[in-house]
Ligand binder design. Structure first.
Ligand code: XMP
Length: 509
């Protein structure tokens, strides 16, 4: 296992991704991690991440310098290297200007960390301060035109530093450099696979849950489905997955999910059909935040009522993923402004006094997908696009009714049928339709129509933090528009959303 100390770099998740791509497990911890805990974790190597601060800044993140003398190899990246140099008696100078962007790395010693790396290779720089003198025992191993100490090493102590970012794709041989650190320096083994993950987590879940009962809210999404199957494999009938059909799901979603769980996976699901209740509570509500709050509250009530039917529940399982975990402990992570209140079942454990089981809390999304496949989930569930908790309600602008939800469901189904048929479904982060609260005039045959407008939203993204509207071929858009207007009574105009995020958001409400 590799321990990554998070000094707040925007790239720290990427470091973890790269390490895991080499089939080595790693975890990210904040700088405040006690030395004792590091010893207990006994990592094979430690990576100190980059970070936006200057080591001279008040309150800049620091870890226990004892980490550098545990006898465990350490690789400092950017700020991590500067921290190491400073802690060991070298000199870091405050920069007059930042160095940001591509640079050519000249490798002076093509062994160790740079074994197999070209003598000259592109690298990505992003730093303010620079190293002016190395601590005793270190020697310089690479440089760039602006950075005389581009990389340095003290092999005897197993300490390495790189001023550039090997984890980003702009450093094409960065993965090789990390690989050299993992296998050449730390002696890691390629042991992190989904098979090993299943084996270990099944044991963990069994140990934690004992013979206690566990409830889990299925959303139809990848994460909760995968969590359910994994936990079921560990504790079988003591897992009670509950699926609340709020009437605001995509077409056939509830049926498909129940069927797959029951027939393919042999996991019984409690399906609660609560559409009526949701529509009645949403009646006449237009304000997006109000919609979200109502749906969140009603979901909680329905879920809780169902959960109460199961006697002696001790645990609530959730499909929380690693990025959320990291965000909540990140060195610089603070509460960000609430743009949209996302709904989840966060309030339940407190109210019902349940302990949490989060078996995916160390996984990234693509790993969850691989895990889903490993556990036998069908492709269409594993590769499902994200879908918001409040469902179609935040895609029906204005008041939400069952009729409008049914209409939007049909539009959405046609849209995604074509998106899938043309091979775009997996390439897009999301593709969906939005029902607008205005009508427009059209002509069908010889008759005037006055009907609804559907907007199509299709975006590309890697993490939903930013997104761009997808440049779908005009022919495909034409086909989609034609099919929707011809096949679905009640829509006579289709428009395409060409806004990126920011400043727009992905969902309309
Ligand atoms: P926005 O609209 O803020 O959405 O750009 C970013 C991503 O989050 C999804 N989303 C939600 N997911 N509960 C969820 O589980 C919610 O309340 C919710 N609201 C938005 C959205 O679909 C997009 O992928």
């Amino acid at each position: 296992m590799i321990l990554i100390i998070d000094f707040g770099s925007q790239y720290n998740q990427l470091i973890a991704r790269r390490v895991r791509e080499h089939k080595v497990f790693c975890r990210i911890e904040p700088p405040g991690i006690p030395l004792e805990e590091v010893r207990r974790l006994a990592p094979e190597g430690i990576i100190l991440s980059g970070g936006p601060a200057s080591i001279y800044e008040k309150g800049s993140p620091k870890c226990d310098p004892g980490i550098l003398s545990l006898g465990i190899p350490v690789l400092g990246i950017c700020y991590g290297m500067q921290f190491m140099v400073n802690a060991l008696g070298g000199r870091v100078d405050r920069a007059a200007k930042r160095e940001y962007g591509p640079a050519e790395l000249v490798v002076l010693d093509r062994s160790g960390l740079f074994s197999g790396v070209n003598e000259r290779t592109p690298c990505w720089m992003s730093h303010g301060d620079s190293i002016a003198a190395l601590p005793e025992g270190f020697r310089v191993t690479a440089k760039t035109a602006n950075t005389p100490f581009g990389a340095a090493a003290d092999e005897a102590r197993g300490l390495y530093g790189v001023q550039f970012h090997p984890e980003v794709t702009h450093t094409p041989q960065g993965s090789l450099i990390l690989k050299n650190f993992l296998f050449g320096v730390c002696g890691c083994k390629k042991s992190w696979t989904m098979k090993s993950f299943v084996r270990d987590s099944v044991e963990d879940i069994r140990a934690r849950a004992g013979d206690g009962k566990v409830i889990l809210g299925l959303s139809g999404g990848v994460d909760s489905s995968v969590a359910a199957v994994l936990i079921h494999r560990a504790i079988g009938g003591n897992l009670f997955p509950i699926f609340v059909d709020n009437g605001l799901l995509r077409a056939n979603e509830a049926e498909r999910l129940s069927k797959v769980f029951k027939e393919n996976l042999k996991v019984p699901v409690r399906l609660v059909k609560a559409g009526k209740r949701f529509f009645s509570e949403l009646k006449g509500v237009e304000d997006p935040e109000k919609k979200r709050k109502i749906i969140g509250r009603v979901f909680m009530e329905v879920f809780e009522a169902e959960a109460k039917k199961i006697k002696g529940v001790k645990f609530l399982a959730q499909g929380t993923l690693y990025p959320d975990v990291i965000e909540s402990v990140s060195a610089f992570g603070g509460p960000t402004a609430v743009i949209k209140s996302h709904h989840n079942v966060g309030g339940l454990p407190k109210k019902m006094r349940l302990s949490l089981i989060e078996p995916l809390r160390f996984l990234f999304k693509d790993e969850v997908r691989a895990l889903g496949t490993e556990l036998g989930l069908p492709d269409d569930m594993v590769w499902r696009q994200p879908f918001p908790g409040p469902g179609l309600a935040i895609r029906i602008i204005g008041p939400v009714t069952k009729e409008r939800a049914d209409l939007l469901r049909r539009v959405d189904a046609v849209l995604n049928e074509e998106i899938k048929a043309h091979g775009y479904y997996r390439k897009l982060w999301q593709s969906f339709a939005v029902l607008l609260p205005i009508k427009s005039v059209g002509i069908m045959g010889d008759l005037r129509t006055y009907e609804n407008i559907a907007a199509i939203r299709a975006v590309t993204s890697t993490d939903a933090m930013t997104a761009d509207w997808a440049r779908l071929p005009h022919e495909l858009l034409a086909l989609i528009s034609n099919r929707i207007i011809n096949e679905i009574r009640g829509v006579n105009r289709v428009v395409y959303d060409i806004s990126s995020k920011p400043p727009s958001t992905i969902e309309w409400e």
